[in-house]
Design a protein around this ligand. Structure first.
Ligand SMILES: C[S@@+](CC[C@H](N)C(=O)[O-])C[C@H]1O[C@@H](n2cnc3c(N)ncnc32)[C@H](O)[C@@H]1O
Length: 264
């Protein structure tokens, strides 16, 4: 389909792409309107491969001829960098943005039934950490991710970008009953392992084969860490031993190490 040229940032056809740097506005607006934004050819191709349906693409007019893999079923809009920047609020140096339809979030119990190893994220409200965790989870054999109600949106543009599109590779569901969902996870046959740098936790290397069999790795937010309710709900508290008096790891780093260790 030939690209349609956009010359004004007020053009109603590119409403999906307005004010992309306004995190608060976008995070309030995108989920109820059923869309998300992906940036760059690689991430867009991963969204398409995962079966997400594109609404439209917005491209740098200099790149139009090179972007031959965009689906023919949706409109492609082209603009110069100046117009792109006034629409989105930033310099679109990847040259291509696409708006996608969200899908139904999977049913929690069905998702748990199909999984062996899961990550459970509590209060993860930093998009970069969320994206990094999904990327590691996909790479290191985690089958599904459960998000507490206070977690950020994994389909927010920055999370999608940091995950390199791996948010599309792993099913996730958001709890609406916290910490009740933790009980449901245990009832589904998982061993709840609370990852914590706090005292009294067992080193991750000493988990028993039984504890490793069907693990749910529970990770908390930067700053507060896991809540008391989540810690109380866990079957075991687990630490990744640290050196040099360091008090904790970044949550995405802790997640990656735990996913690797549990999958060995
Ligand atoms: C920056 S830490 C939070 C630190 C917080 N003061 C605490 O005591 O939990 C963020 C999350 O990363 C995980 N984490 C960080 N370092 C860890 C370690 N050494 N062992 C196990 N989990 C760790 C935990 O899940 C934690 O909730």
């Amino acid at each position: 389909m030939p690209a349609q040229t956009i010359t004004s940032p007020d053009d109603p056809r590119i409403g999906d792409y307005r004010a992309l740097t306004d995190v608060e506005l976008r995070t309030r607006w995108e989920p109820p309107n059923g869309l998300f934004i992906a940036e760059g050819e690689l991430v867009i191709s991963r969204a398409l491969r995962a079966g997400y349906r594109m609404r439209s693409a917005l491209v740098d007019e200099k790149r139009v001829a090179q972007l031959t893999d965009l689906p023919a079923y949706c409109p492609i809009y082209a603009a110069n960098q100046e117009v792109l920047e006034s629409i989105t609020g930033f310099h679109v140096h990847r040259g291509v943005l696409a708006s996608f339809h969200r899908r139904e979030i999977p049913d929690m119990s069905e998702m748990l039934g199909n999984a062996t190893r899961i990550a459970v994220l509590e209060g993860l409200n930093t998009h970069t950490n969320l994206g990094a965790l999904f990327r590691s989870a996909a790479a290191l054999g985690i089958d599904a991710v459960v998000l507490s109600p206070t977690c950020a949106d994994p389909l927010y543009r920055r999370a999608v970008r940091v995950s390199m599109g791996e948010v599309f590779a792993i099913p996730y569901a958001k709890s609406d009953d916290w910490p009740g969902t933790l009980t449901a996870i245990r009832e589904a046959g998982f061993t709840l392992l609370a990852l914590t740098p706090g005292e009294g936790a067992i080193p991750i290397g000493s988990l028993t084969p039984q504890q490793r069999e069907r693990p749910a790795l529970l990770l908390g937010a930067e700053g507060p860490g896991l809540t008391g309710a989540a810690m109380d709900a866990a079957d075991a508290r687990v630490v990744i031993p640290m050196h040099n008096g360091v008090d904790s790891l970044n949550v995405a780093t802790a997640g990656a190490l735990a996913f690797y260790e549990i999958g060995r």
